[in-house]
Design a binder for this molecule. Sequence first.
Ligand SMILES: [Zn+2]
Ligand SMILES: [Zn+2]
Length: 661
Amino acid sequence: MIVLEVSIPVPLNKNFYYLPPESINPEYVVGKRVRVQFGKRTLTGYAVSSLNIEGNNSLKLKRIIEIIDKDSLITCETMELANYISKNYVCSLGEALASIISVSMKPPKRISKVKNTPTELVQERHILNIDQNKAVNLINKSLEKNIYTSFLLHGVTASGKTEVYINAIEYALKQNKTAIMLIPEISLTPQFVYVMTKRFGLKVGVWHSGISNIEKYKLFSKAKSIDIKIMIGARSAIFTPFENLGLIVIDEEHEHTYKQEQKPSYDAREIAKWRGNYHNAVVVLGSATPSLESYKDALENKINLIELNERIDGKELPEVKVVSLKNRFFKSSLLLSETVDAISKALSRKEQVIVFLNRRGYSPVIMCRKCASVYQCPKCSISMVFHRNPDSLKCHYCGETKSLPVACSACKSREVTVFGTGTQKVEDELKKLFKTARIFRLDGDTASLKENYEKAYNGIKNGEYDILLGTQMIAKGFDFPRVSLACVIDADTSLHLPGFKSVEKTFQLITQVAGRSGRGDIRGSVIVQTNLPNHYAIEHAKNHDFVSFYNVEIEQRKKLFYPPYCDVAKISIRNKDEKKAAKDSEKLISFLEELVKSYKLGLKLLGPVSAYISKLNNIYRKHIIIKGERENILKLAIFLDNFKQSWGTLIGIEIMPTDLI
Ligand SMILES: [Zn+2]
Ligand SMILES: [Zn+2]
């Protein structure tokens, strides 16, 4: 009797057996997604193989309810990659498969012939400068060799990295290969799609969380049949099923968005290296502010370093002015007079301005003036944020919404006020100060409407707006030649987070925001408002000096034994009951410490500590941190399944998290 082996995205490390639907050849089902009864639920699984079982064992098996796909989607590479993910990020094969081939992707009812409306291809070529030429030649040579090679393209902002990518992609296509290009932020999609389709027309596919499940299926099929040759997209585009993959580009490689936080907590950069190796392809990681990990790899010759030290066309890097917020805290406005002057001058010259603040909403703190108690989300241990239009309090973590309290819940005083500044408040201030300026705000609130990305991009490009205000969405990658001023309203927001990457992130953010300025004919300038004007992250960002920053920061990591000097994992212990969460985390750490000792794993365990947000959505969260070698961390992780926890406790592990808080 032939049965089908099905991988199901549940946290169980085994496959399950099903019979094919009545009168269907089992071989026809292999490689496809199927609907199956699993316990009381109906789930989507992956028919990974068929096998012959003897006797009547098959009598008890259930039949597959439905075959979802017409064509087989699972290849040999898919299986090998799923195994790699399952092992390296500690998840089941089914969970790994679900990250490669989404369960929700939906085949269209009828396959309509795609109308090819050819866009006009612009063959205008930017002439590459000497550095760009050198970079392209190095990459192209590797493309010819058909050996896996990886590069770190470290180029200052506006040094023309995109043009290097385009030339390399073009060369890959010439060799009948395909290319994947990852971008860190969905807000950048319109810009890259514009640039790439102008050059490559219909060969380009675009993949991100905003596209429909049917559209995803179509793109997946087109990539498989090489009807498209380039895929641009966010993190999960790394799984594009190209079979003759020649080149993978990861732009702004330092961005944390390339790391998935949920299970499986894969890192698109590691997947890129794996696929590069599998296909003998070239991997290019590009950034103006490389991650410490990648730059260290480059200095140790584990990855080839290419540097672009100059902006294109001999443009100068913008002048960065750091202004101290010290002693000015209680002023009613968060825009210092220097900043207001600079904006007003830029606007009077008909130039554009970018204003960056990494905090959305109106005011992040609601406090009682009498007893100083802070209003927190009832479900989470974090302050709710005051939003305008309509006036409400929102929790940015669980989504809870409340109206502004009339009286303090602790002392009943009516003197409840809001403190601090978010993007909405800055917008109000800008509107008051610059009455005729046209302002576009792009942050987590406005960006919930997908068309707002395009509106922001096209609006700024075509000069319909004077000021682009927003959170990290506007900090990276945008290329607007008329922007001559970039303002960082509060450089310290990220510095105050207790993660080991906080300083690195701050340096990256300031450098990236600064990089938006002066990309056209006008020399740019930048204003950074901060309470810590002498902090090394801010000083080195002011001087556009990545290498000096790297040298200081890498010493810190070495001293404190953090990545890249060790590998890390974060175990999270969650329970609705605070005591159970605490008890289980204590029990778990002694259990793990025993294992570390008896198997001589040489790992350091830290904790348990309460998570930075110790209660989220009414669930208490504790962390245990593991430091040491990846291989040994994975050995230890296998035992997590054996740990007997209390009822309701959930234990998860994230391998190489971007923060430990
Ligand atoms: Zn909440
Ligand atoms: Zn009070």
